[in-house]
Write a protein that binds this ligand. Structure first.
Ligand code: GUN
Ligand code: ZN
Length: 428
């Protein structure tokens, strides 16, 4: 059976960070044809209606059809502590994050939060994500079971910590990190649409032995991504230097133990030294930009345009619960504002790219999700570009497509999400 969804269509034919708005293709009266969970065809509505006369039709009118959003760095276990007041990174971890993550020793708690998290993600139009879990294998099970039940393409890994800097109860050992990560990888990587990601939390909470153990597991499974945090806050960088006195810089604490490579995704990467930048470019590593987190926790202003111009793959991320929103629209708005503070106006096409096709590229999923093109998996969303009176009155003045879209980027939230399809099945 073929299904045709009609609406305005936005997709990408190239890298919008490099090509700008010319990388995007907009069809004012377009259509997407779906068959067996995949995109069969994309184009002008009249053409597709003629080509597939027997297709079942869903007319979304003026709604904007796009690939679903992809959140490239999120901590689903921090769902319940989002918007916790008054701390910077290290105190925020100790005060809010670690006590909440301890609760994931209880599989029932993990399952309940996973359900809440996926409900929220889908309500905000996020159809794929790359999440940290906690140290507890049950937290990984809960995440993948929930994603699998919804048929989603989702990535995650067990967060490893074995240093005394992490509280007792949230610590493992180098060997346990290796063994349990490996068992979870073997159980979940490549099962349906799921993928396992090696996840040392960050160098301050791991011993060199643990980083080395995870580096050797990654060498056994180079097909997996490896995610961690890098140079998020100035105090954190000083802490890393005191814990690893031999290291040339923060990135070196990963590089030395085999945790630098083309399939690495580093979160934040705000305060990089020239050597770190050069090495990231050289190996083709990727960066997750977490703008609402970077402003909320007071971390700093990521150089989106500079990183992309240097050839690094960049994707947007909520970093929930350090980030202050589940919405990739709100995340795009924050990325725009942070770039403005650095003197750069990111184009709406670039912001959208960073939350869809660019995010997929960061996660090595660009042949599967993140764009509307024949053969891609049918994860898409329909957006109401007039979802509130404030947005509607501004969009009504728009003279171009981008002018009509930008108010939703800056002011939109889950009310703008008018439809969500996962693997071709409508979820909402
Ligand atoms: N660095 C290490 N762990 C975390 C975390 O959970 N959130 C953020 N924002 N930074 C981190
Ligand atoms: Zn994070």
């Amino acid at each position: 059976m073929i299904e045709l969804i009609l609406g305005q269509v936005l997709r990408f034919g190239a890298d919008a960070m490099i090509e700008g708005p010319g990388a995007a293709r907009v069809e004012a009266r377009g259509a997407v044809a779906l068959r067996a969970g995949r995109i069969l065809d994309v184009g002008a509505a009249a053409d597709l209606r003629a080509r597939y006369p027997a297709a079942q039709m869903t007319d979304m009118g003026q709604k904007l059809l796009s690939a679903g959003f992809i959140d490239t760095h999120v901590h689903y276990p921090q769902t319940a502590i989002i918007a916790s007041w008054g701390k910077r990174l290290i105190d925020w971890l100790n005060t809010y994050t670690f006590p909440e993550e301890m609760r994931f020793a209880d599989p029932a708690h993990a399952a309940a939060v996973a359900k809440t998290y996926f409900d929220l993600a889908l309500a905000h139009g996020t159809t794929s994500m790359c999440s940290y879990c906690t140290i507890h294998p049950a937290s990984v099970e809960a995440f993948f079971l929930e994603a699998e039940a919804r048929g989603m393409r989702a990535l995650a890994g067990r967060t490893c910590m074995d240093r005394a800097t992490a509280p007792a109860g949230l610590r493992d050992t180098a060997q346990a990190a290796y063994d349990e990560s490996k068992a979870l990888l073997q159980r979940w990587h490549g099962r349906g649409r799921l993928g396992y990601v090696l996840t040392p939390r960050f160098s301050p909470t791991s011993t060199p032995d643990q980083l080395l153990a995870l580096g050797s597991l990654w060498a056994e499974h180079p097909e997996c991504l490896m995610q961690t945090h890098l140079s998020e806050q100035v105090d954190e960088i000083a802490w890393v230097k005191s814990l690893y006195p031999q290291a040339r810089d923060y990135l070196d604490t990963y590089e030395t133990f085999g945790l630098l490579g083309a399939n690495a995704v580093y979160g934040h990467a705000i305060h990089l030294e020239p050597r770190e930048m050069a090495r990231l470019v050289e190996v083709g590593a990727g960066l997750a930009h977490c703008p609402t987190s970077n402003t909320f926790i007071g971390s700093g202003l990521f150089d989106t345009a500079g990183m992309a111009a240097a050839g690094l793959r960049v994707g947007l991320a909520t970093d929930t619960g350090g980030g202050s929103s589940f919405s990739m629209l709100r995340t795009m708005a924050a990325a725009y504002e942070v770039a403005q503070l650095r003197g750069v106006a990111l184009h709406p096409a670039q912001l959208w790219y960073l939350a869809t096709a660019g995010a997929a590229r960061l996660l090595r999923l660009e042949d599967k999700v993140g764009n509307l093109a024949p053969g891609m998996e049918a994860d898409l969303i329909a957006l109401d570009l007039a979802s509130t009176p404030a947005i509607a009155q501004r969009a009504a003045r728009a003279e171009t497509f981008w002018e009509a879209l930008f108010p939703t980027i800056m002011m939109g939230d889950d009310r703008a999400i008018a439809g969500v399809w996962v693997g071709g099945k409508r979820q909402r």
